[in-house]
Design a protein around this ligand. Structure first.
Ligand SMILES: C[S@@+](CC[C@H](N)C(=O)[O-])C[C@H]1O[C@@H](n2cnc3c(N)ncnc32)[C@H](O)[C@@H]1O
Length: 195
């Protein structure tokens, strides 16, 4: 990411988080809640683009050692205010250099898409490590939900291609099929293991 693009993204997300006047504890994403039984009881986790820290707090409370990374200093300050000793934070733009030579038992990414880092995420998993990924799709049933720019939206089945080589444990991408009011819509999820 260029310095200008990075500054723009940081400014945008800092403003969004500053304007949120919500003291409620953020929730973990659906794929983590649904498949929490697959998590190890100990180990290291990377929460990519962690936002206000719903995933990090959930995983830290389960006893895992979490590294939470986000480009927004406002989001990182928010997480640090919880003073959870097993969460360490990093305010940075996620890229190959940040991931280099680091390894985790679990990586979680929710509602964030940067296709350029997918192979680095795979490299950053220990053998046996798990990836939990969920984000918005081009086949959203509610167009107002999530980003409008298709650069940030998954094409049909795209998570399977982005993380080809990992063993798929769970995947959903329900698109616009059937009764739109039912099912997990607007996003796709993947849980996969590095063998
Ligand atoms: C829609 S929010 C999702 C936050 C959280 N993962 C969740 O599901 O609630 C997207 C997050 O990506 C972060 N972000 C955007 N670009 C980033 C980058 N290049 N590196 C790290 N974080 C980034 C934003 O600051 C924001 O917190």
């Amino acid at each position: 990411m260029s310095d200008t693009a990075e500054q723009k993204a940081r400014g945008k997300w800092d403003n969004i988080y500053r304007s949120k006047d919500d003291a409620t504890k953020p929730l973990a994403c659906e794929v983590l809640i649904e498949y929490q039984h697959l998590l190890p009881s100990t180990g290291s986790v990377l929460d990519v683009a962690c936002g206000l820290g719903g995933n990090s707090l959930f995983l830290a409370e389960l006893g895992l050692e979490v590294t939470a990374i986000d480009i927004s200093a406002v989001a990182i300050d928010h997480i640090e205010a919880y003073q959870q000793s097993n969460i360490s934070t990093l305010c940075a733009s996620i890229d190959e250099s940040v991931l280099k030579e680091k390894h985790f038992d679990v990586i979680v990414v929710s509602r964030f898409l940067d296709r350029t880092i997918c192979s680095s995420l795979i490299n950053a998993l220990h053998n046996g490590g798990l990836l939990f990924y969920q984000t918005f799709t081009q086949e959203k049933v509610n167009p107002e939900v999530g980003p409008g720019n298709s650069e940030y939206l998954l094409a049909s089945n795209e998570l399977l291609f982005l993380f080809l080589g990992l063993k798929v444990l769970a995947f959903t991408d329900q698109g616009r099929v059937g009764t739109h009011a039912k099912g997990f819509r607007n996003q796709s999820w993947l849980v996969a293991q590095k063998e």
